[in-house]
Design a protein around this ligand. Structure first.
Ligand SMILES: [Zn+2]
Length: 170
């Protein structure tokens, strides 16, 4: 049992040995997602299980944890729990992805070396929204009052128009 996922493995060897990797990874260790995630994101729990299905190297696993995103609208934190089940097939290049059995997603490994944290990072990139937003922001009340101000301003602008129309008729 390994506790770190910052290791490079040989997927074929691991599949033949039926290796299982279980560990945790901090989001700071994943540069492609670290910037989008808040400091208080918990460590991500990961289980990766290597096996062979005929000639295909299969990685099954689970990635779970609680991420913190920043809302694009109110800039407050958003809880973003993740619980991802993955079923990957290790392929040498993109051309092989079309012949995969259903239910397996391709993971291209060109040089026979796979960084375990990279598998986790791939899944997080897919799971994160392009723009994080609350369904309902906690500071919605403030927004309502701001839009009321706006409406009042429009009313003020309409009034001089009516006055102007009055001048034309005269
Ligand atoms: Zn918000």
């Amino acid at each position: 049992m390994n506790n770190t996922l910052q290791i490079e493995i040989d997927p074929l060897l691991c599949a033949e040995q039926g290796r299982i990797f279980e560990g945790q990874i901090n989001t700071k260790e994943m540069p492609r997602v670290a910037d989008e995630l808040g400091e208080s994101s918990s460590d991500i729990k990961v289980i990766l299980e290597f096996s062979r299905r005929n000639k295909i190297i299969v990685v099954m696993g689970r990635i779970s944890g609680n991420l913190m995103l920043q809302c694009a609208a109110c800039l407050e934190a958003i809880d973003f729990p993740i619980d991802i089940n993955l079923n990957l097939a290790i392929v040498k290049d993109d051309s092989l992805t079309t012949i995969l059995p259903e239910g397996l997603d391709p993971k291209v490994v060109e040089d026979g070396r796979l960084m375990l944290s990279d598998v986790v990072e791939d899944e997080l990139v897919l799971a994160l929204p392009d723009i994080a937003r609350h369904d309902k922001c906690p500071i919605e009340l403030r927004k309502v009052s701001a839009s009321t101000d706006f409406v009042e301003e429009v009313n003020v602008k309409v009034n001089p128009f009516k006055v102007l129309e009055g001048f034309k008729k005269d």
